[in-house]
Design a protein around this ligand. Structure first.
Ligand SMILES: NC(=O)c1ccc[n+]([C@@H]2O[C@H](COP(=O)([O-])OP(=O)(O)OC[C@H]3O[C@@H](n4cnc5c(N)ncnc54)[C@H](OP(=O)(O)O)[C@@H]3O)[C@@H](O)[C@H]2O)c1
Length: 286
């Protein structure tokens, strides 16, 4: 698979989002492991996770543990695999998502993720979401401390606006490696953040790129132009969507979620699909 850079580390152009394998509706572990192995077979080297991808209060970090186990049991070379996790979101176990951006909490969360991933330093650690109760500079200061302490190799942020991206880049001394925001045909308001990342040379990881777990399958039905281009190219609308995102900037690395081998293999094929300027214009206008 062709590669792009996250803070100088090369990753396959299409990543794998781990969330569907650990939250509501998750499959059994064997299917998840097959999904992760199929992604690696297809050339995926970026796997996105978070400590908060779990269901009950007793299985915090379910997705991190699952991914660490699946990568360890893969038969091939995994030295190029970059596992990207996040801290700052919590799930108390009642289905809700809460936020804690206090520096002391983020440092604790990072230590717990290090243990679950079984590594000395986390490949990419992302601040999951700004906490309105904590100054953003304080949360990002904790991420900088983790970087300086060598507990994380690369630092990223998520759900950030342009001001927060600039602020984080400055606090991290120019070492902001990635921004993970929602971007899909149904949710396009992260284009200013994507453009800023292109300008700064920071990786931009579109999350829920197919419209989210519940609606990814309907993409072609909801957006006719994506279905039309897909029909002409003989590929899925989801693959067209990921190729469209890749064309939006040289630092874009989409992270489609998957809980089945077939879907991540289909998505990985987007790295080989180059859309024409006319096709891209039609999809932009759709
Ligand atoms: N930073 C944040 O706040 C945040 C928020 C949400 C998500 N994320 C991250 O972003 C990742 C992706 O987002 P998401 O999982 O919410 O939504 P998504 O990627 O838009 O949709 C995921 C669903 O798409 C289906 N799918 C994938 N490839 C497909 C294909 N080629 N054809 C048809 N269906 C396909 C999968 O189905 P199957 O399950 O059947 O395989 C999967 O359940 C997450 O897994 C997570 O890592 C981050």
């Amino acid at each position: 698979m062709r590669t792009r850079s996250i803070g100088g580390v090369a990753v396959g152009e299409i990543g794998l989002g781990g969330m569907p394998m650990s939250i509501e509706g998750r499959p059994d572990e064997q299917r998840s492991v097959r999904t992760i192995h199929a992604a690696l077979d297809a050339g995926v080297t970026l796997i996105d996770t978070a400590d908060a991808y779990h269901l009950t209060a007793n299985d915090v970090g379910h997705n991190e543990t699952l991914i660490a186990r699946a990568v360890a049991s893969y038969g091939g070379d995994t030295s190029e695999v970059l596992i990207a996790t996040k801290g700052g979101h919590l799930r108390p176990g009642d289905g809700s998502w809460t936020i804690d951006g206090r520096p002391e909490y983020l440092k604790e969360a990072c230590d717990a993720s290090l243990k679950r991933l079984g590594v000395e330093a986390i490949g990419l650690y992302q601040h999951h979401r700004p906490d309105p109760a904590v100054p953003y500079a304080d949360s990002i200061g904790a991420i900088r401390d983790l970087l300086d302490a060598g507990k994380i190799r690369l630092a990223g942020i998520s759900n950030a606006n342009p001001d927060q991206i600039r602020q984080a880049h400055e606090i991290l001394g120019g070492r902001l490696a990635s921004v993970q925001n929602q971007l899909s045909p149904a949710f396009r308001s992260s284009e200013p953040e994507l453009d800023l990342c292109t300008e700064l040379g920071v990786a931009f990881l579109p999350y829920s790129p197919l419209g989210g777990i519940a609606r990814a399958g309907e993409l072609g039905g909801r957006f006719g132009e994506f279905a039309r281009v897909a029909g002409e190219r003989g590929v899925s609308p989801q693959r067209v969507c990921l190729a469209w995102l890749l064309a939006k900037g040289p630092t874009v690395v989409p992270i489609p979620g998957a809980s089945r081998p077939e879907t991540i293999v289909d998505s990985a094929g987007a790295a080989d699909l180059t859309l024409t300027a006319d096709e891209l214009a039609a999809l932009d206008a759709a």
